[in-house]
Structure formats: structure tokens, C-alpha cells
Design a binder for this molecule. Sequence first.
Ligand code: IDC
Length: 474
Amino acid sequence: MNHLRLIASFLLALALCACASSPSASQKADDGHTAQSDPVETDTRKPETESASLSPLHADGPQLMDDRNQPVVLQGYSTFGINYKPEYVNENTFRFLKEEMGSQVIRLAMYTADNNGYCTGGDQEQLEGLIDKGVQAAVATGQYVIIDWHILSDGNPAQYQDQARAFFQKVSRKYAGNPAVIYEICNEPNGSDVTWPVVKSYAEAVIPDIRANDKNALILVGTPQWNQAETEAGKDLLKDAGNMMYTVHFYAATHKDQQRQDLSTAYDQKLPMFVSEFGITEASGNGALDEQSGQTWIDLLDQDKISRVAWATSDKDEASSIFKPGTDPDSPSLSDLTEWGQWLRKVYTGKDTSDAKDSQDTSGSGQKTADEKSGDSGLEATLKQSNTWNSDGMTFTQFDLTLTNHSDQPVTDWSETLNFTKDITIDQSWNGDMSASGSSVTVKPGQYHSTIQAGETVTDIGFIAKSDGVVKER
Ligand code: IDC
């Protein structure tokens, strides 16, 4: 266990404790609370863009952290090859992924060799345009974005090393200093002669090109055997590469105990890992879903606080597509989700897609989403998970509640019930009166906010839930 992490969690808990102790402290504490909250969305260095609200990320030992040294676990979706399915590189699709599917990071997979890839006849200008469109769309929807040099049939990254260097020089110059942008310099090295030293020397050539433009960006590096030789990297880390992590990929119907064991071994080696692609089909991307093995993987990633990105945002007729064939990229909806898409939504948000009825008309474009509960009073409640940490074998999760009165009358003596995926107790709370019962929490006005005026939005109510594992809103 990383001591800094423990200390940081302890300090956070202390600060929040101080917040909740008296009403006046509580008001003051909102500042402290805001300052320490959402690792994903509170940095306001450059308020003019959404990306400025994303905290710069860095690896600290095996753990991804925000700029306040709070652990961050990202979850998100990979595009399909952008040369195969350019239409899903689209702001409406990305917004749907964020608002309905629990996404915080989009991976832009640009094949280098397969099917008119970047290095095998693809239109490079067009592909770079798509990368830019994808970066802008991710930033506009408040998500991190991974630029993925998607080697696959070209198993040795050295094969197109010169092109890779020119590409990463260009994009890192373009996005220098943008905290949203993450560089993945080779998708899945593979082939019997593609050993870790081979991949490592490729990384040693490409990383300095990125560092010349951006000293701090997070860089992801693959490992041999389709990203399953992480323990090799764990024995022989890159030196002087700065802020970087190593990628691990799995397809849960094919990769099971052995690969999970390898991940645990690498975790014990303190290897910083990022799962930039996973599925629960077979490694072919097709076949039956293995939900059980998938859940075992997710539990392991939760335990080790490892970020994860699912394959793929596509309507191709195969089991690893999240959308059914023919899904409109401009207005995807919950009814377009395949079995895999539904599984991911459940795992990422805790929500069953049986609530699809409620938001059938949600096109993901700023309309009311299923997350928002609006009662007869006209009061709309939105809950956001802003932080989570473990201490003494328990999981602590900070939730922030936003209440908006959409009616033209003041609302008094309101009450909101929130449901969670696990039983919880309230460890700390501020600016509201919370009572937990099993997996539900009822929030009523405390000393403040007993009346919410017409049109008013209240954002300073929150609590810390204590549970025996990861908890999400249901
Ligand atoms: C697969 C696609 C499939 C396509 C194939 C070759 O799902 O439709 O025909 O690529 O281009 C990976 C790769 C990823 C694969 C995926 C599933 O990173 O490109 O996509 N997979 O096979 N690694 C393990 C599995």
C-alpha cells in the first residue's frame, strides 16, 4: 500500500470531517470540499474549455492520480477502428457515452496497418482530421481522450517506427499541455520475435518525441503478446520516460485465471497499469459473452484501482460491438444497445437498461437523462460520484448532490430518495439531513436549503458513503 495515498485519503477524510462538524464550518467547508472533490472535473485552470476542467493525470507507483494526488480510476469506451467506422467519431455519440454509459474517457483507435490503415494506404490527412474531431468531441463532452496508434497485424511496432515518430511529434505539438489528451504509442505488440526489449526500444525512440512537446502528458505503452506480458515490463521498466503506464488487455471469455494472476503479479511489482482495451467475448471480438469471467476481471480492476476502456463503439454485427447494426451515430439511444452494451452500462453506472423506457427519447444531446430524477415538485436531483478511497478494509465514496427547482414556485420541505448498488452507511455529510436504510439514502433539508427558490440550483449538499466494496447509484 502506498503511504502517500493513505496519508492523502486520511487528510481528505479529516478535511471533510471538519466540514461537517458545525454549520458555519460547513458553509466554509464547501470551498474546501469543492477544492478537493471530483478528480475528474474540478480543475479550473483554464475555464474557457471543458478540458480545462479535467485534472492533469499522473502515475504514482501503480496508481493513476489527479493533480491533488487523489486516486483516479477512469472507465470508458474505445472507438472501433476510426478508418472502419468514422461515423461514430462524433460528439453526439460521445455525449451519449458520457451521459448514459458512464464514460469518462474515449479511446480513438487508429489502425496503422489493417484495412487501409495510416501506414498502409489510408488517407493520412483524413485520419488526422478524425483524430482531431475525436479530441474536440471528447473535450467538448468533458472526457479524457486516448490517441491510440493501433498496431495489430503489424505486430512489431518498429515496423512503422518512423511514421509513428512523425505522427506523435505532430499530435503532441498540437495538443501540448491539454490535460485531456493521453498518448498510447502502440496498441498490441505481438509475434514470437517481438519481445519486451523490442517494444522497449521502440518506446525509447517515440517517448522523447512526445516529451519534447509535452513533459507531463500521460503516455501508455503496450507489452508483448497482445499486452499480456506485463510482468516482463515489470522486471525491466522504462527509465526516464516520465509520466507513463503500461497497458494490459483482456477478453474475458479467452483470458481468465492465468492472465488475472499475471496482472496481480505485475501489481505486486508496482507496475503502473492501464487497461486500454477489454471485452468479455473471445479474443476474436466475437463468440458468447462470458459475463462471469468479465465480472471477476472488473472486481480485480476495482480492487487494484485500474482504469479500463471497453471495445468497441461500433454497430458491426459482432459480439464486441456496443450498438446494434444500423444505430444512428447522431442519436444513439438505450434501445440501440447490444447485450454487451447493456452489460457495460450496468457495470459502469449500476443501472439496468430496463430503465430504457424512461429515456427512450434521450438522444444524448443535453436532454433530460435517466440519471436525473424529477418529482412532482419540479425538483430535479442529480448525484455525482466525485471521489472514492479505501481505508481499514472499507470503501468510502463521496457523492455530491445537485438540486434544481425547475418549477415557477419555491419548493419547501423536500425529500429525495437515492438508491445504491450496495448497503451503505453515512460516514460524513454536509448541508443536508441524510438517513441511510439498506441501500437507500433519504436526503432532507438540514439547516440550509429548506426552501429552494424557483429556478434555483443548489450544489453544496453531499455525503460520504461507507460500504464493503465499490458502490454506485442505481
Ligand atoms: C477486431 C475487430 C474486428 C476486426 C479485427 C481486425 O473487432 O471486427 O475484424 O479487429 O481488424 C484486439 C484488437 C482489436 C480487435 C479486437 C477483437 O486490439 O483491434 O478488433 N481485439 O478481435 N485485441 C484483442 C482483441
